[in-house]
Design a protein around this ligand. Structure first.
Ligand code: AMP
Length: 281
């Protein structure tokens, strides 16, 4: 596996040896886990060349978020990527990605960014869309693999690709979970083993809400939110719900449950850690 640091270095490699290959790309912020690796494995199946990136993008972090303490371990990540036979790791620094202050950014409109995580993280999705557009322009992938765990991000990137006629196919990959259902996330490294056990309730709570919804059919969000809060509070006093929201797969509001076309998404604080999860039902 070759590690590339700058867009220019990648461009010369691309021109010399990659322009006629199909390229699969997996953008990440590192501290890799099985969720990331599932994306890589799918890319290896479908493309000549697989490229992963690790970049903790300051543009998408709010002033009170965990940019500084976001978990990082390049040596560990390199070993995992090598074991998966990834061809290139793009590992830029801030000066490589933003040599000067940007005068242009991608703005994601309220309809998509003003709900779910976006309403609590102003500017987050502008930062995500901007860095992903830059990464797509640098790597020039044929396919990019994104996790459905970050469902809003997946929808926003798909829409950007469509809006800007980008020549890349977005592949949404299922959420990889721990045995107890907890969605894998780099930030889970902030949790102890016992806390991880408890945190599985974010997912089992969503399954409980799924049952309620499939019985009632009507989406009574106030009742379902109360049900979810009750479910979580029975498991631990340290859960605090940020949101429970239900949409169709394009994130448009719906009044009734529609089989296989409904997403239930939640963000829950467990002590100081914010966990997100969703299920498509
Ligand atoms: P991150 O490093 O958290 O920015 O994630 C990089 C990519 O991996 C994103 O497309 C995520 O949606 C995806 N991802 C993160 N966690 C999981 C998971 N548990 N299962 C599947 N994909 C995931």
């Amino acid at each position: 596996m070759r590690v590339i640091f700058s867009p220019d270095d990648f461009q010369s490699i691309y021109i010399k040896s990659l322009h006629s290959c199909s390229i699969g790309f997996i953008p990440t912020m590192g501290y890799l886990h099985e969720g990331h690796l599932s994306l890589i494995r799918q890319s290896r199946k479908e493309n000549d060349i697989t490229i992963a990136s690790i970049y903790v993008n300051p543009l998408q972090f709010g002033p009170r978020e965990d940019l500084q303490k976001y978990p990082r371990d390049l040596d560990r990540d390199k070993k995992l990527l090598q074991a998966e036979k990834v061809d290139f790791l793009f590992y830029p620094g801030d000066k490589d990605m933003y040599p000067e202050k940007l005068s242009t950014i991608v703005h994601v409109e309220e309809r998509l960014a003003g709900k779910l995580c976006g309403q609590f993280r102003p500017g987050h999705f502008d930062g995500v869309a901007t860095v992903v557009l830059k990464l797509f322009n640098i790597i020039k992938p044929n396919k990019a693999y994104l996790g459905l765990k970050d469902y809003q991000q997946y929808i926003i990137i798909k829409k950007m690709v469509n809006d800007f006629n980008l020549d890349v196919r977005i592949i949404g990959m299922p959420t990889v979970r721990e045995k107890n259902g907890l969605a894998m996330s780099s930030r889970n490294s902030y949790l102890s083993t016992t806390e991880k056990q408890l945190a599985g309730s974010v997912y089992s709570g969503l399954l409980y809400i799924q049952e309620q919804l499939q019985n009632d059919m009507e989406i009574n969000i106030k009742k379902l939110t109360a049900d979810y809060i009750n479910f979580l509070s029975r498991k631990s006093e340290f859960f605090k719900l940020q949101y429970l929201e239900i949409y169709d797969l394009g994130l448009k509001p719906i009044k009734k449950y529609k089989k296989n076309k409904t997403v239930i998404a939640a963000a829950v604080f467990f002590k100081n850690l914010r966990l997100i999860d969703n299920i498509i039902i």
